[in-house]
Design a protein around this ligand. Structure first.
Ligand SMILES: [Zn+2]
Length: 292
């Protein structure tokens, strides 16, 4: 089934993907390491790398005109090297009409506050991404308050991972990763204490979707996206909220290169959201949240 909404207008493709990773070795191999290989083995995907040119061509062919490209620094907890913020900024500069660059700082590193400042003030990155399970930290812990206060002061949005993670899947001990850090309730504290911090909880936060919906509903500064899940597997209640109470807060995201825009958008079309809702979810809500 085709989407009733027109994904292209005179200015080109309109959809905005709020959640994309690098299709290169920097993310898939270096930062991802063995925990990424576990996920790939479990879900039958390969970790073959690709170029940004091919990636952007694939997006454009499917009506997607912009994507948030996420940094990654879980070095302290995983021992894997980060996807450096300078690299994210470099890629963004090379394809600046397509990518919106989000930095990543490791909250367990002593210089995380300075690095957050450098990301925005020197590298002109547009926000931050945290993956609490890989990074092994509890966002509600008071020791991270200075970091949240700094990002709030820098006036850029932040993406937190929501829900379980496939990283380390089926390995003994899940490679030591603790999924409790993906519980969105830990983000509710941050949202309450930093009301001017704009927060996007990435992914339907399985198995805590209800908690996530409650937070998005009660906190004016918290939003969510549908990335990381093929539409057919998204919880019914999430879809119901996306159509009703949260129709101005739910956004399209893939989790590229693990999920790709074409099959995701085809699956989304099958959900039969009306045209106005599709516009909101596929680009209007993201344009407002990201200020693009
Ligand atoms: Zn992701």
């Amino acid at each position: 089934m085709a989407l009733p909404v027109a994904l292209e207008d005179a200015d080109g493709p309109r959809a905005i993907d709020t959640h994309a990773h690098q299709p290169t070795g920097e993310f898939l191999h270096d930062a991802g390491g063995q925990m990424m290989q576990d996920a790939a083995d479990r879900f039958g995907t390969d970790l073959e790398t690709d170029t940004y040119e091919n990636m952007i061509e694939e997006y454009h062919a499917n009506g997607v005109g912009r994507a948030v490209l996420l940094g990654w620094d879980a070095e302290t907890n995983t021992g894997n090297p980060p996807v450096p913020n300078d690299y994210v900024a470099e890629v963004r500069d090379e394809y600046d009409d397509f990518f919106i660059g989000f930095g990543s700082v490791d909250p367990l590193k002593d210089d995380c506050v300075e690095e957050a400042r450098r990301c925005v003030e020197d590298l002109a990155l547009s926000g931050f991404k945290f993956q609490q399970i890989a990074q092994g930290f509890d966002p509600s812990d008071p020791e991270h308050r200075e970091l949240w206060a700094t990002i709030e002061e820098l006036e850029v949005p932040v993406v937190f991972h929501g829900g379980n993670s496939t990283l380390g899947a089926c390995a003994p001990g899940g490679r030591g990763l603790k999924i409790k850090y993906g519980n969105p309730m830990l983000i509710d504290d941050v949202a309450a204490e930093f009301p001017d911090l704009r927060i996007l909880i990435a992914h339907p936060a399985y198995p805590w979707e209800k908690e996530q919906l409650a937070i998005c509903q009660q906190k004016g500064n918290v939003y969510m996206d549908l990335s990381g899940w093929m539409p057919e597997y998204i919880d019914e209640q999430v879809l119901h909220y996306a159509k009703t109470l949260l129709c101005d807060k739910v956004m399209f995201g893939t989790d590229y290169p693990m999920l790709e825009p074409e099959p995701w958008l085809e699956g989304f079309a099958d959900l039969e959201f009306d045209e106005e809702l599709q516009r909101k979810i596929l680009w209007e809500n993201a344009a407002e949240f990201l200020g693009v």
